[in-house]
Write a protein that binds this ligand. Structure first.
Ligand SMILES: Cc1ncc(COP(=O)(O)O)c(C=O)c1O
Length: 365
């Protein structure tokens, strides 16, 4: 970053901006941002294109989308808040809950955007390490709660490692969290969950007024470029998150697209099923190669590469695979189009041959 010619907040200057997944050169596959590879559904495209009145502001509350979501979840509209992607809502939530001197707890490694939103709010991040198998350690999160904690974020399935929190495990956890402490279940990948024992926080939302759920149309619904996400929770909490929102962020086209895709549950389900079946096949094949891939309930797999992350990433790139590398830690690979699987597995094979000590011990799985 260039030096600023004026006085700015030092903590902002020290914070790295959110890094977008790298674009793919021609003939490579972009597996770096957990998008789905399918083109928009025809009905969704048409709904967005039909929107007229660009000279007018959009409906700031995305009222029609709220109503449709409320009906879908059997909630009142006041229990739903729509934002420009769930990341936008998470920023609103952190700004509403925590300021200077307050702490926000989240697992780490987890979603790359969490640290930045805490810094912007002037609050302090408390990162609770995930377990060696990539799963969240909810007991350690409980232990990290202090009088200064204002928000706990639980990411399930966890980006970038893949495991989901168990439903019962989460219920035991939230029963032990102070009732006046806000907990956000970030369920951006919930639609890809196939384990019936995994968390679906909507099952217990009614019993926990301090629980808010974040979900999105960006992943399974294929609308990453439209920027629509939502939160479900208590109206008093969501009202505060409305106060911290930048008004009019959700365009009328985005609202129309979200409404239209909600009318296509079967088409969305078929696409999601294709991805989850491929995910399980790819993970199995990687484990057969010797990779220690954590259980994944999302639309990506995690390759733990430690110090070899950049070396493995270079081999993937040479093989036409643009994934998301976290130097010193590992590589997240989105499960996408069928044609990407053969080059992905071939590149992963070359990488593990090049760095054989990345192989897990037999029987370790
Ligand atoms: C865990 C998690 N939460 C939230 C988001 C934000 O998604 P969006 O702002 O597109 O809804 C992402 C996106 O990658 C994510 O991985």
């Amino acid at each position: 970053m260039a030096d600023a010619p004026v006085k700015l907040r030092p903590e902002i200057l020290a914070q790295r901006a959110y890094q977008q997944g790298k674009p793919a050169p021609a003939k490579s596959f972009k597996l770096s941002s957990n998008e789905v590879p399918f083109p928009p559904l025809k009905s969704v495209l048409e709904a967005a294109q039909r929107v007229d009145g660009m000279q007018r502001y959009p409906d700031a509350s995305a009222g029609a989308v709220r109503e449709a979501l409320a009906e879908h979840y059997d909630l009142a509209a006041e229990n739903v808040l729509v934002g420009a992607g769930s990341v936008s809502l998470l920023y609103q939530a952190v700004a509403a809950a925590a300021g200077p001197g307050d702490e926000v707890i989240y697992p780490w490694r987890s979603f790359e955007a969490y640290p930045g939103m805490v810094t912007v709010a002037g609050a302090t991040s408390v990162r609770v390490p995930i377990r060696a198998d990539g799963s969240l350690d909810l007991d350690a999160i409980l232990d990290a709660i202090t009088d200064r904690t204002r928000l706990v974020i639980v990411c399930s399935p966890n980006n970038p490692t893949g495991p989901a929190v168990g439903q019962e495990e989460f219920e035991r956890f939230i029963d032990r969290v102070p009732e006046d402490l806000l907990v956000i279940a970030d369920e951006a990948y919930i639609e890809f969950v196939t384990d019936p024992g995994a968390l679906n926080a909507t099952r217990i939302l009614a019993e926990h007024p301090n629980l808010v759920i974040a979900r999105t149309f960006s992943k399974a619904y294929g609308l990453a470029g439209m920027r629509v996400g939502y939160m479900l929770g208590h109206p008093g909490i969501l009202g505060a998150f409305t106060t911290t929102a930048i008004p009019f962020l959700i365009s009328a086209q985005a609202q129309a697209a979200a409404l239209a895709v909600m009318r296509e549950p079967e088409a969305v389900r078929t696409r999601v099923n294709e991805i989850t079946a491929r995910r399980d096949e790819v993970r199995r094949a990687l484990i057969d190669q010797g990779w220690d891939v954590p259980e994944t309930q999302a639309n990506f797999v995690w390759l733990p590469c430690g110090e070899q992350t950049e070396g493995v990433d270079a081999i993937l790139r040479e093989g036409g695979i643009v994934a998301r590398a976290f130097p010193g830690d590992g590589i997240r690979v989105t499960i996408a189009e069928e044609e990407s699987v053969t080059p992905l597995l071939a590149a992963c094979w070359r990488a593990i041959e090049r760095y054989p000590y990345l192989r897990s011990e037999p029987g370790e799985e």
